[in-house]
Design a protein around this ligand. Structure first.
Ligand SMILES: Nc1ncnc2c1ncn2[C@@H]1O[C@H](COP(=O)(O)OP(=O)(O)O)[C@@H](O)[C@H]1O
Ligand SMILES: [Mg+2]
Length: 377
């Protein structure tokens, strides 16, 4: 559906070199799916989205939608934004005051050349207001809406043109935390019900994991990993991704060998000799970082069950924090502090000894340097 190939977008500056805001960005978004650009502030998400919209003119690359090329440096094509027929909602959406909810949503249709009859406009507007749950407020003054309702109105206004592609740039960031959580579900429902092909921009990893079919993680203008939420979470290909998406323990290690039949690497680290997985091919004796999530570090006072292939070690409780339904432990193993997430039934006090077990499949070996070109399966 949407295809972005080797996109580069730069900003000229008064003095000094141009800012290379998007560098060699490539991804495909299938029809009807929810695709998210995720990364820290300044990594080039907005630039990429604005380039798709035609609000920025890239320096090179190609963008096509359903086979229609809207930008190509090679072919010299640049379709202006108003002729791309994409719906857009930005962080700072503007609701027009002195207009009703209905008039706000109808506006994009009213300014169109072939706008159709009154009745056709009315049907279209009421159907999008219905989709975002504002149909009962159609006659209300738009300024008399709550923040969440204004947000939904901005969405309705983007949807009324029946765009083939919906572009959303941090549309929930102006809302308070509770409303944001609710709108997240609403947005997902609307996207699914209407089968909208969506490109969503956020710096919030929880939001990205909750909403997306696929996520492209960006850093410093480049896409560093593309994959489903679970692939990105379970199999990060770089320390950057492992660190940005959730929290992780990072343990320096040296590769001792690889077992072809089990597909496990054996590595030596402060925890002992343990087994780990990797999507990359790593040579013997090379340095790696083992990433393991706190929820995958299993703690127990009892010894490990026999017969299971597990990475085992033991340590001393250094600190613990009770969070209601879970307890975060910090366990010191040979001077290294491991973060572990446990059930509150584990009541071992600070200073007590605990056995640590880790599923080798959850211990991900990350090669030195950027493993940026490996895509998670
Ligand atoms: N209009 C502009 N002129 C110059 N530099 C810009 C402009 N817009 C963005 N940038 C720079 O481009 C980089 C990417 O910005 P942006 O795409 O807005 O990132 P994000 O949306 O991920 O926070 C940043 O370094 C930013 O400072
Ligand atoms: Mg931005």
């Amino acid at each position: 559906m949407l295809s972005v190939k080797s996109l580069n977008t730069e900003y000229k500056t008064q003095k000094g070199p141009a800012v290379r805001a998007a560098q060699d960005v490539s991804f495909e978004v299938p029809k009807g799916s929810f695709f998210t650009l995720l990364g820290p502030s300044g990594c080039g998400k907005t630039t990429t989205l604005r380039s798709i919209a035609g609000l920025e003119r890239p320096t090179s690359g190609e963008i096509s939608v359903s086979g229609r090329v809207v930008y190509s440096s090679a072919q010299g094509i640049f379709v202006p934004p108003n002729r791309r027929n994409f719906g857009m909602v930005f962080q700072s959406y503007a609701i027009w005051p002195h207009m009703t909810v209905f008039a706000n949503a109808a506006f994009p249709l009213e300014v169109r050349k072939n706008k159709g009859t009154r009745a056709q406009i009315r049907d279209k507007v009421m159907s999008v207001l219905n989709a975002v749950g504002l149909d009962h407020l159609a006659d209300r003054d738009a300024t008399k809406l709550s923040g969440g309702q204004q947000q939904r109105l901005a969405l309705a206004r983007a949807l009324v043109m029946e765009p083939e592609l919906l572009l959303l740039d941090e549309p929930l960031s102006n809302l308070d935390a509770k409303l944001r959580d609710r709108m997240r579900f609403e947005l997902k429902r609307i996207q699914r019900d209407l089968g909208l092909t969506t490109v969503y921009v956020t710096h919030d990893q929880g939001e990205a994991l909750a909403l997306s079919h696929e996520i492209a993680v960006m850093n410093e203008g480049r896409v560093v990993q593309i994959g489903s939420p679970t692939a990105i979470y379970d199999h990060p290909t770089s320390k950057f991704v492992a660190d940005f998406i959730g929290t992780s323990n990072f343990v320096e290690a040296t590769v001792l060998g690889y077992d072809e039949s089990s597909k496990f690497y054996t590595v030596r680290c402060v925890l002992g000799d343990i087994k780990a997985v990797s999507l990359a091919n790593i040579a013997k004796d090379s340095k790696v970082t083992i990433s393991v999530r706190p929820e995958d570090v299993e703690l127990s006072e009892a010894p490990a069950p026999e017969g299971k292939l597990l990475n085992l070690c033991s340590g001393t409780v250094d600190n613990k924090v009770f969070l209601g339904d879970i307890v975060d432990f910090q366990v010191k193993v040979n001077g290294f502090v491991m973060q572990a997430r446990s059930h509150p039934s584990l009541t071992t006090p600070v200073g007590g000894t605990l056995n640590i077990r880790m599923d080798p499949r959850k211990c991900v070996a990350l090669p030195e340097g950027a493993a940026a070109d490996i895509k998670a399966a």
